[in-house]
Design a protein around this ligand. Sequence first.
Ligand code: GLY
Length: 253
Amino acid sequence: MFSRAIVRAPSTSIAQGLTSANLGSVDYARACKQHQNYVDTLKQLGLEVIELPAINTFADAVFVEDVALVTPDFAVLTLPGAPTRQGEVEHMRPTIESIFDVVEYISAPGTLEAGDVMLADKHFYIGLSDRTNQAGADQLIEIVSRYGYSGSVVDMSEMLHLKTGVNFLDDNRYLVTGEFVDHPAFSEFDCIEVAQDEAYAANSLYINGTVLVPAGYTKTLKQIQALGYTTIEVDTSEFRKIDGGLSCLSLRF
Ligand code: GLY
């Protein structure tokens, strides 16, 4: 169960965020409105939300999930593979160090963005993406093994982050799309395939029995509801324009 979340307000420079999407420019005011709605939704689910101020010099800083990994036992400050995002970590450091008794660090030559890290029970799946390299994954596996967790790497070649295309719900159940459909790393699990034309909705977010689903992905919404989950649609259209989704917008613990 999650009881807290950390979020950061969108930067005024958010329209300069890294992107491979071709969906137009982010509307800052609309992004702020969508972010506030996201925060309200987390609160509605009973989470205490720690709201950090915008860092206007870092366009992607709203995506706090990439710069830290948080668990009930420890936290890890990462080293993003995107050079323009590495400075975000120092801004997150005081918050993480004030909340967690045990804080670990990823260091060069390792790079790791926690959007590439998915926890299922006590095992971390770590995507080897353009942002997370083998050295970063090896460091994380060594760290988590000291706290009773395990980890393994997942080969990938198409998506930005691991959680762009695969997300753990519960009960051994995963939402998968694209290159993660039939991926050997997840062959033992109950994989729910998200249609290619709704691939963005594979980044739906399970929180304490409820699944947040990005607004506008009707087929995926119905699939998740058919599994018995309560769902809440959350509009993230501005964040999608810079390759961000529901999980990227918070750290949950
Ligand atoms: N725009 C989010 C990222 O590329 O990290």
